[in-house]
Design a protein around this ligand. Structure first.
Ligand SMILES: *Cc1c(COP(=O)(O)O)cnc(C)c1O
Length: 399
């Protein structure tokens, strides 16, 4: 006899399969790099978040190997017990300096960092204002914090300010936003959000997972791009698994913020510290990311080249300056047919469909890396150009 749980899970799986929204991981052989073998097939990939091409950098792996010898593999305990090594302490100091904040604190992942910040800062009577298109972890974070949640229209600082007016001035509130949005690569209106927060004595939290390392002359991310001071963006969250090519995340801010997270953040307190070798390797990749500005320049050059090509194909729909470049194709069928046809030709570009994006805006989501070459970008553009009439024709017939 099947238990009710099993019965229901089977029904939901059947429904998910039927909806055409089935998800399954592909298996990558070897390192993250543009040319890779995935599910046994050689492809040129345009979907990783390794924006600066550091995930497989030999200097980073060399440091990691040396740190493995010194510290061993596992941290063995939480930071507050005895898992916090010299390597962790040094990385936190580097991250504070890099971001121009008083202090920084490591978390095991960005997801955990977001959960930990909102839970530590916000109580039942407090209000979090969230952009409608914020990352899932930020939305989950305010739910878990049990605070009041107000979602403002995407990128609309005036709407955020208006919602803030409704919160009593005696109430504590926090505006939370992605710095660079993960689906469209567009930037949050940080200066206007910071001004709105300041007027009401609220704080602004920026999740800069896709901006740090990439935007700003020194890779300081969205805050550097907009020349915002630390006091205008009091809570900065960054991930280490994207542009910095390693794993984990951090929060940077004032002594008061960081000390509060250490005392009150459950996802900091009740979890094992990241392996020290990852912390040591991240110090190296952070230093490279900061120093080798040619990576950012090359990436911007590739972004410009891709955008020019898309524009010539009539496929440019956004002003994104980030390595995330959506190609909106419209119907879900168009986007999946294009992604499938590209894969047949050895190009891995994911199709993003509703409900992840609004109805009628199914798209390819191209992400570029400093590890790509101009020739590879040209190959992608040429293949899209070649396939477009056929895909359009096939989809028109299907309608
Ligand atoms: C990737 C991402 C996260 C989660 O970070 P992980 O370290 O991968 O858990 C959080 N916020 C945004 C905007 C992200 O893109």
């Amino acid at each position: 006899m099947r238990t009710p749980i099993e019965q229901r899970l089977r029904e939901r799986l059947t429904a998910a399969r039927a909806s055409g929204r089935w998800r399954a991981p592909r298996t990558l052989e070897g390192m993250q790099s543009p040319e890779q073998v995935i599910d046994g097939r050689p492809v040129l990939a345009f979907c990783s978040n390794d924006y600066l091409g550091l995930a497989a950098d030999p200097r980073v792996t060399t440091v990691a190997r040396a740190a493995l010898e010194r510290y061993g593999m596992g941290a063995g305990a939480a930071h507050l017990v005895n898992g916090h090594t010299r390597a962790h302490a040094e990385l936190e100091a580097d991250l504070a300096e890099f971001t121009g904040r008083e202090r920084a604190l490591l978390f095991s992942t960005g997801y955990m960092a977001n959960l930990g910040v909102l839970q530590a800062l916000m109580g039942r009577h407090d209000t979090v204002l969230e952009d409608r298109l914020n990352h899932a972890s930020l939305l989950d974070a305010s739910r878990l914090a049990g605070c009041r949640i107000r979602r403002y229209r995407h990128g609309d600082a005036e709407h955020a300010a208006a919602l803030l007016e409704d919160v009593g001035p005696e109430r504590q509130s926090l505006i939370v936003t992605d710095g660079v949005f993960s689906m469209d690569g567009d930037l949050a209106p940080l200066p206007a959000l910071a001004a709105a927060a300041r007027r009401r004595g609220a704080w602004l939290m920026v999740d800069d997972a896709h901006g740090l390392g990439v935007l700003g002359e020194g890779g300081g991310g969205s805050c550097e791009h907009f020349r915002l001071s630390p006091s205008e963006t009091p809570v900065l969250m960054g991930t280490l698994g994207k542009a910095f090519g390693t794993a984990g995340a951090f929060v940077a801010g004032s002594q008061t913020l960081i000390e509060s997270l250490i005392q009150f953040s459950r996802t900091y307190i009740y979890t094992t510290a990241m392996p020290a070798a990852i912390a040591a390797a991240t110090r190296e990749s952070l230093a490279i990311a900061e120093r080798e500005s040619w990576r950012r320049n090359h990436l911007q050059n590739l972004i410009g080249r891709l955008r020019k090509g898309l524009s010539e194909l009539g496929l440019l729909h956004t002003g994104s300056v980030a390595p995330i470049q959506p190609v909106v194709l419209g119907a879900s069928g168009m986007a999946t047919a294009m992604a499938d046809a590209l894969l047949e030709r050895g190009l891995l570009v994911p199709a993003i469909r509703p409900p992840t994006v609004p109805e009628g805006t199914a798209r390819l989501r191209i992400t570029l890396s400093a590890a790509h070459t101009e020739t590879q970008v040209d190959r992608l553009l040429g293949t899209i150009d070649h396939l477009l009439p056929r895909i359009r024709g096939a989809c028109a017939q299907a309608v």
